[in-house]
Write a protein that binds this ligand. Sequence first.
Ligand code: ADP
Length: 177
Amino acid sequence: LEAKEEFSHKTLAMDVMRPRRNDPPLTVITQDSMTVEDVESIINETTYSGYPVVVSRESQRLVGFVLRRDLIISIENARKKQDGIVSTSIIYFTDHSPPLPPSSPSMLKLRSILDLSPFTVTDQTPMEIVVDIFRKLGLRQCLVTHNGKLLGIITKKDVLKHIAQLANQDPDSILFN
Ligand code: ADP
C-alpha cells in the first residue's frame, strides 16, 4: 500500500467530532454574558460532562473548558453562601468582571474552575494522531478547532467507538487492498 494512497482515506478529527453535520451546535458557555439561570438550564437540559467556554457565540473563540460537576457544585454553593447571587446574576470566567449597570445583581466569578488550556486539535488532524494523543496524555476530551474557532469536541468514548468501528472494517479493507 502506497503511503500517499493510504493517506487519502484516512479519517480526520472532523469526521469523528461532535456535533455531526446535521446535529444542533455544540453546547457552549460564554465567558462573561450568561446568567446563573442560563447556565442552570444548560446543566438541566444536557448531560455532557463538560462545556467549552468561548469569548462570545459570534466569535466562537475558545477560552477554556469547564466540567459539569464543578459548575453544579460552584453554583449551588454560591446560591447558598454568597450574598446577592440570584438567578439573574451574571457568571464570568474572566479575570475582571464585565462592566454592568450599577443596579445589576452581584456577579459570580467562576474562573477558578475553568481549565484554561484544554487540549485542542485542528479539524484536519488524522484520527491516528488523535488516538495517539488520547492514549499518551490520558485525555478525557479534546476540542476541535478550525482557523482558531471552536468547531467540535471528541470525548474518550467517541475515540473508543471510532477504534471499534475501525476494527470491524478491517477485514474488508484487507480484502479490498
Ligand atoms: P461521553 O462521550 O463519555 O458519553 P459526554 O456525555 O460528555 O461524554 O458526551 C456525550 C456525547 O456528546 C459525545 O459524543 C460528545 O462528543 C458529545 N458532547 C460532549 N460535550 C458536548 C457539548 N458541550 N456540546 C455538544 N456535544 C457534546
